[in-house]
Design a protein around this ligand. Structure first.
Ligand code: 0WD
Length: 254
């Protein structure tokens, strides 16, 4: 029997086979979870469908998190399909690429709002509609980055959005704890994915990690996947409102 045997878990944010959400799905599927994948739009549907098809029994549902109606439709589809939901993996973020370079001080009103809407508010929007389906208790997790706490070069408005996301994790954990629902974040070291392509000088960031991280290597998506598995499983039952670092120790060194 797997660590998440028979648990119904929603995975949001698979864009391709390099996505962190995809590695998380692999770890969960290997330990017996029933998965529902969501995709943002037709733009990525076929790509995500090809991946989802490799996991027997999984379902694929649309959900652009900027649309309340789509989040509501997701919730009713999940109720129909699963009845009870046990887990939610939120692995979604977006900011305009021209605001992921230069100075944070130049951030536009729309760019700030967009980054916060997709990268921070979406967790609350989805948690709001899914926790009522977590009638047997549940685990919610999201993905964050060190730029939430430190002013990192080029991360800019995304760092500010991640700070809001991490604060949301604490407020959601406090609200949903009495319902038996835990809420946590994984702060991953830098990984070369589609989202990372938007960040300037990403190679030099990776080199710095290889040099300075206590384990002297960069983070692999499978390492994040296995920590996500822990968070979705009963092994983490005493942990909520927490940010867990999967960064080979990078954040502890100066
Ligand atoms: O170094 C990294 N790659 C790190 C990523 C280090 C630490 C944290 N993270 C975070 C990201 O900020 C994000 O929250 O991990 C999460 C997943 O990112 P990823 O796996 O690195 O990137 P990617 O494979 O691009 O997945 C993010 C996806 C989007 O992909 P694209 O590239 O098509 O924008 O988020 C989804 C989309 O699939 N997404 C949306 N989903 C629903 N509605 C929306 C939306 N409006 N916008 C983006």
């Amino acid at each position: 029997n797997g660590l998440v045997e028979g648990k119904n878990i929603v995975v949001m944010g698979v864009a391709n086979d390099r996505s962190i959400a995809w590695a998380i799905a692999q770890s969960l599927a290997a330990q017996g979870a029933n998965l529902a994948f969501t995709y943002e739009s037709e733009r990525v549907e076929q790509r995500v469908r090809k991946l989802a098809d490799t996991i027997p029994g999984s379902v694929l549902l649309p959900c652009n998190v900027t649309e309340d109606a789509e989040v509501e439709a997701l919730s009713s589809h999940l109720k129909e399909h699963f009845g009870v939901v046990h887990g939610l993996v939120h692995s979604i973020a977006f900011a305009k690429t021209d605001e992921l370079e230069g100075m944070y001080v130049d951030t536009s009103r729309e760019g700030f709002a967009l980054a916060h809407e997709i990268s921070a508010y979406s967790l609350t929007a989805v948690a709001q509609r899914l926790y009522p389906l977590m009638t047997e208790g549940g685990s919610i997790m999201t993905m964050t980055y060190l730029g939430a706490e430190r002013a990192l070069r080029n991360y800019n408005v995304m760092g500010v959005a991640k700070a809001a996301l991490e604060a949301s994790v604490r407020y959601l954990a406090n609200d949903l704890g009495p319902h038996g629902v835990r809420v946590n974040a994984i702060s991953a070291g830098p990984i070369r994915t589609l989202a990372a392509k938007g960040i300037k000088d990403f190679n030099s960031i990776l080199r710095q990690v290889e040099e300075k991280a206590p384990l002297r290597r960069t983070t692999e998506t499978a390492e994040v996947g296995d920590t996500a598995l822990f968070l979705m499983s009963p092994l983490s039952r005493g942990i909520t409102g927490e940010v867990i670092y999967v960064d080979n120790g990078y954040h502890i060194v100066g």
